[in-house]
Design a binder for this molecule. Structure first.
Ligand code: DX5
Ligand code: ZN
Length: 219
C-alpha cells in the first residue's frame, strides 16, 4: 500500500495560499476544506479560490466539501479541475447521482462520513465512489484531537477493498500527526490529511515526508 499525504490548507495562511501550497510541493494531494457556515459552523472558501489555486499549484486538489446541498454544489468543483471531490453523506439527498456527476466531470468522487455516522448503510453505494473519507474529528475546525474510536470503520472499508468488493482510497482527516498516523495506517488508511501538524512545523515539507514515512512503516 502506498501512503498519500494531503496537507490541509485550513491551517495555512489564507492570504498567502500559493506560497503555502509551494511549501508542501512534495505532498501527494493538497487538501482544500470548503465550509459554508451551515453544514459546519465555520466558513472558508468556494469555487473562485479553488479555481485560482488550481492555476497556482501543480498539486492535485482534494476538495472536501463540508456544505449543505452538495448535490447542487459539488459537481462544479470537478468542472474546475479538482482531482478529487468529496462531499458529506449526511448532507446529500442523492449521493449516487452526485458521485456520477462528479465522475463525469472528470474528477474522483469521494464520500465523507462524520465520526458518529455508521459506515454499514453506505457500503453498497461506495461502488460509485473512488474515495471514502472517514472523519477522525468533528468537521469544522483544525487542531482538534484525533478520535481513535472511528478506526473500526477504516478497518471495515479496508477489508472490503482487500476482498475485492470495493476499489477505494481510504482517507482519514483530523488530528493526524506523527503520533497518530501509525494507528490510522495500521487500520488501513492510505490517504492522510494533516493540517496543523504540517503547517505548524518549522519545515512543512519535512513534516509531510515524516508523516508519509511513519505511515509506510506502520503497513
Ligand atoms: C476539519 C477539516 C480538516 C482539518 C484538519 O473539519 O476537514 O481537513 O484541516 O486539521 P487538523 O489536521 O489540524 O486536525
Ligand atoms: Zn478536511
Amino acid at each position: 500500500m502506498k501512503a498519500l499525504v494531503a496537507p490541509s490548507i485550513l491551517s495555512a495562511d489564507f492570504a498567502r495560499l500559493a506560497e503555502e501550497a509551494a511549501a508542501v510541493d512534495n505532498a501527494d494531494w493538497l487538501h482544500v476544506d470548503v465550509m459554508d457556515n451551515h453544514f459546519v459552523p465555520n466558513l472558508t472558501l468556494g469555487p473562485l479560490v479553488v479555481e485560482s489555486l488550481r492555476k497556482a499549484t501543480a498539486l492535485p486538489l482534494d476538495c472536501h466539501l463540508m456544505i449543505d446541498d452538495p448535490d447542487r454544489w459539488a459537481p462544479p468543483y470537478a468542472e474546475l479541475g479538482a482531482h478529487n471531490v468529496t462531499f458529506h453523506v449526511e448532507a446529500a439527498a442523492d449521493p449516487v447521482r452526485t458521485a456520477r456527476a462528479i465522475r463525469s466531470a472528470g474528477a474522483l468522487a469521494g464520500l465523507a462520513i462524520k465520526p458518529g455516522t455508521p459506515l454499514e448503510p453506505y457500503l453498497e453505494i461506495l461502488r460509485e465512489f473512488d474515495t471514502l473519507l472517514v472523519m477522525t474529528v468533528e468537521p469544522g475546525f483544525g487542531g482538534q484531537a484525533f478520535i481513535p474510536e472511528v478506526l473500526p470503520k477504516v478497518r471495515e472499508a479496508r477489508r472490503r477493498v482487500e476482498s475485492g468488493h470495493l476499489r477505494l482510497y481510504v482517507e482519514v482527516d483530523g488530528g493526524i500527526s506523527a503520533d497518530t498516523i501509525g494507528q490510522a495506517a495500521a487500520a488501513g488508511a492510505d490517504v492522510f490529511v494533516a493540517g496543523s501538524s504540517v503547517y505548524s512545523a518549522d519545515d512543512p515539507a519535512a513534516a509531510v515526508d515524516r508523516l508519509r514515512d511513519r505511515a509506510t512503516r506502520a503497513y
